[in-house]
Structure formats: C-alpha cells, structure tokens
Design a protein around this ligand. Structure first.
Ligand code: MN3
Ligand code: MN3
Length: 323
C-alpha cells in the first residue's frame, strides 16, 4: 500500500514557497465586488468597431483562462513534488476560475444576450485563438501519459509561462489602452487584478521550470532551449495574425505587436533565459493604463478605487433580528 504524506507547513520546503503563498493570499479578489456598470456611459460612447475589438479581446482572454483553470494548473499540480508548492498552485488554479468568470461579469454589464452568444461563437471559431489553445493544451496533455519525463514537465511548465506572461497580452492591451485614456476604467480595474495575478503566477511557475532545467545536462539544456524557442516563435507568428484580426480595424496592430514582444521577453526572463525580441517603445497610454497609482491600491483599506462593496464588514448579532 502507498504511504500518503500530509502537507506540513511547519518547516518550509524551500526558501520561496511561503512568500508566494502569502503574496497570492494578499492579492485575493472576487469579480462581483467590482462595479463595471460605472462604464456603461463610456461603453455607449465607443465606436462600434472599438466595441467589437474589446469584446473579442476579452473573449480570447476568457478562453485562455478557461484552459488554464481546467487543464493547465490541475495537470501541473499532479507532477510537482513539494506539497507546499502544490498548495500554491492549487490556490492559483482557484484564481484562474475567477479570472475566467470575471470577463463574463463585464460582458453581462455592457453587452446584450445575443451579443454575448456571438462573442463565444467567435471564440470557438477563430482559428488563431484555437491554435493557441491547441498548442498549449498539447503540452499539458503530455502530462496525462504513463511515463512523463522531466523534459515533458519542463515544457508543460514553460507552456504555462508562455500562456500567462506572453499570450495574454494581445488581449490585455485594449482594456489598458482605453483605461489609459479614461475609458472603461472600472472594467480595467478587474483586468489589472488579473494582470497582477498573472505576473506572480508567471514568476512562480517559471521558478519551478528553472529548477527542473537545472537538473539537465549541458547537452539536454541546449536541446530543450531550442525546443522552447521553436515553440515560442510558432506562437509568436500566430499572435501576429491574431493581432491583425482583432486590432487592424482600430489601427492598433503595430502597437499591440510591440507589446507582445515586450512581454515575450518577460516570459523568457521568468524561465531564466535572455530576452529574444528587440523592443523599441511600449505604447505610453498602455503603460499609463497599467500604472496602479492612477487608482488607489491599498490592501489594508481598499483593494482599489472601484473595489468598494466589501469594505465595511459588519457581523450580524442575535439582536439584529429582534425587531
Ligand atoms: Mn488567469
Ligand atoms: Mn494564471
């Protein structure tokens, strides 16, 4: 009979897991405590082609977060040895479900039922979006096989980092760009919470990948790095086409592509590799939209300017029910 171990937090498994656990907890949030209805006037003021691009950007993000919550994280968790590291991944997995749901919270506020159906149909039929999901999923699914090599696990972890630190940003660009100009600001507060989560996820999963990479021989490392770069360029070519499809009508393709390269370098750095893409300048409006100081962030009082509902928690007493 197998002897199962219980997770023991009295002694840390490594020198980083407690820090990641704490930071993940600090960042906790719920989509329904944000108020995207503040954006309805802003939404009505957007041109139809801008609204279409926005819906598609968020639709694409919904697909990636769905994949991450139902496949990426659960598959990876089963192959990580440290029980504490597994706990951090499980928590992150739960947040993925909140991410995936939060786009619907925005859709429900600004779009009609038939419009929402149309977005989800577009997601299911868009070949570039489906290619991203298929490629990443194929690396996750390798973890289902009877014998999983350290290289398979490395590639699955690296795929997760590519998804979260690289492939999400063609979607994040538009809400950030609009918020940087004072449009759709309340909805972007949700997006910024997702970005903050993805940023810590990418670092943590990248660290796990680096630990495995360090166990490879020099020859293996060379081969694995080559495979990773090949995968990255395959996804990059696809991102360029996806970007043209979503953004060319609103004239933002070139700026989005620059942002993709910028985040591609970040993904490589999370995995311990040198930047690969030449980046001249990231759109200043997007950086402005990303700047958390434009809205108030203080975890001890408010989670951001638009996170208001749960601020004053009053516990009910028996007396409250005596009328
Ligand atoms: Mn996510
Ligand atoms: Mn994530």
């Amino acid at each position: 009979m197998k002897h199962f171990k219980a997770v023991n937090w009295n002694t840390p498994d490594n020198d980083y897991v407690e820090m990641f656990w704490e930071q993940n907890l600090k960042q906790f949030w719920i989509d329904t405590e944000y108020i995207p209805s503040k954006d309805i006037d802003s939404w009505n003021g957007l041109k139809p082609e801008m609204r279409t691009a926005y819906k598609r950007a968020l639709g694409g993000l919904t697909l990636l977060d769905t994949l991450q919550s139902h496949t990426g994280m659960p598959k990876v968790i089963d192959h990580i040895d440290s029980l504490q590291n597994k706990s951090v991944l499980s928590y992150m997995c739960m947040m993925e479900t909140i991410h995936a749901k939060s786009y619907s919270t925005i859709f429900t506020t600004v779009a009609s039922g038939p419009e929402i159906d149309e977005i989800f149909r577009w997601v299911q039929e868009n070949e570039h979006l489906q290619l991203k999901a298929n490629v990443i999923d194929s690396y996750y699914r390798k973890l289902d096989e009877k014998s999983v090599s350290p290289e398979d696990l490395f590639m699955a972890l690296a795929s997760s980092v590519l998804l979260e630190t690289f492939l999400f940003y063609s979607g994040f660009f538009l809400p950030l760009w609009l918020a940087g100009q004072g449009q759709m600001v309340a909805s972007c507060d949700i997006i910024k919470k997702i970005i903050a989560d993805e940023s810590i996820h990418g670092v943590f999963v990248g660290l796990l990948a680096q630990e495995i990479f360090a166990t490879f021989s020099e020859k293996e490392q060379k081969r694995v790095e080559k495979n990773l770069k090949q995968l990255m360029y395959k996804l990059y070519e696809n991102e360029l086409k996806y970007t043209d499809e979503v953004y060319s009508e609103i004239g933002l393709s070139a700026d989005v592509k620059e942002y993709i390269r910028y985040n591609g370098n970040k993904a490589l750095m999370n995995l311990g590799f040198a930047p690969e893409f030449e980046v001249k300048e990231v759109n200043a409006i997007v950086l402005n939209g990303l700047n958390v100081e434009t809205t108030q962030h203080d975890f001890f009082s408010k989670k951001s300017t638009n996170y208001e509902k749960a601020l004053e928690v009053v516990y009910l007493q028996d007396e409250d029910f005596r009328f």
